[in-house]
Design a protein around this ligand. Structure first.
Ligand SMILES: [Zn+2]
Length: 307
């Protein structure tokens, strides 16, 4: 399977083939004077990163930086192992996420609660990143990587420590999970609302900030290039509000957790039925419905509790 594709002359998409499945996790290789990877993915898929580098005649020691949209394990899990293999790497991450890279124990503990015995199969080793390798960001900076300037946008919503990177010259915006999930050649924009810190109000504001930057196209981790950003983000927001309303209303009606999740599952199944079975499975692999339900339920309980 060909798993590296050119997005533009100086950007490659590497399909990390998570658990052998395509279109789940994309990593982006930025070529040029200071080559960098945006969101390398988890350690279990590092062989695909190596293969993507080798396709360009490169190896890890040719990289100058790892640029993280956020620290969820499907985006950033391999960072510590990569820095151990190449201590010259600079790691860019939101200041609110940095401490979880240098001391991943709490992150691991909460991930273990969610994934249990599947942790090792799904993600592999999660190594601490030395503090000296990290450059913490908060949004508003400009990263100079070789000849390229990336504008850093603070983008909370999916996670409190989420960033977006915008290249005003090419018009590309690396949006991580802020723009949800959309598979190649599909129109459906699937919400991605996992625990623990989704925040719908912050998310909406981050989308507006992204739209103000008027990106030409977006590069999603799940999965690939999306043109016409405004249309996609409008779709995503409509779908996210629909999911959020189902969970809010079912909890308000007194549904227990299982019944509330069943309502969301039933609603999502109507969409999946309109897609080819393989594509529907890819959407569900990219972000589990149960996790999105958990994030929304936690959000409404938090909002309700403080209201
Ligand atoms: Zn995420």
């Amino acid at each position: 399977m060909r798993s590296t594709a050119g997005i533009s002359p100086d950007v490659d998409l590497i399909d990390t083939l998570h658990l052998g499945r395509r279109h789940v996790i994309a990593a982006y290789l930025l070529l040029g004077d200071v080559p960098a990877i945006i969101d390398p993915g988890p350690t279990v898929t590092l062989p695909q990163i190596m293969a993507g580098l080798a396709a360009r005649g490169m190896q890890i020691t040719d990289l100058g930086a790892i640029v993280l949209t956020h620290i969820h394990l499907d985006h950033a899990g391999a960072t510590g192992v990569l820095v151990r293999q190449h201590p010259g790497l600079r790691v860019y991450v939101h200041e609110r996420g940095a401490r979880h890279l240098t001391a991943p124990e709490r992150l691991l503990e909460s991930a273990r609660r969610i994934y249990g015995p599947l942790m090792d199969v799904l993600w592999g080793e999660i190594a601490a990143v030395p503090a000296t390798a990290i450059s913490a960001l908060r949004g508003g900076e400009t990263l100079e990587l070789g000849g390229r300037s990336l504008r850093v946008l603070d983008a909370p919503g999916h996670a409190a420590h989420h960033l977006v990177y915008h290249d005003p010259v090419s018009g590309a915006a690396w949006v991580g999970d802020l723009a949800g999930i959309r598979l190649p050649e599909q129109r459906y924009a699937q919400p991605a609302t996992p625990p623990p810190d989704i925040d719908l109000a912050a998310w909406r504001a981050s989308l507006d900030r992204l739209l103000d930057s008027a990106p030409d196209h977006m590069l999603l981790t799940h999965f690939g290039r999306v043109d016409a950003p405004a249309e996609h983000l409008a779709d995503l927001w409509r779908n996210t509000e629909a999911w959020a309303a189902i969970v809010r209303d079912s909890l308000a009606a007194g549904d227990d957790d299982a019944a509330s999740l069943a309502r969301l599952t039933q609603y999502a199944a109507e969409t999946y039925r309109t897609l080819p079975a393989e594509v529907a499975a890819e959407y569900q692999h990219a972000a589990s419905l149960a996790m999105s339900w958990q994030g929304l339920a936690r959000y409404w309980r938090k909002v309700g509790a403080s209201a």
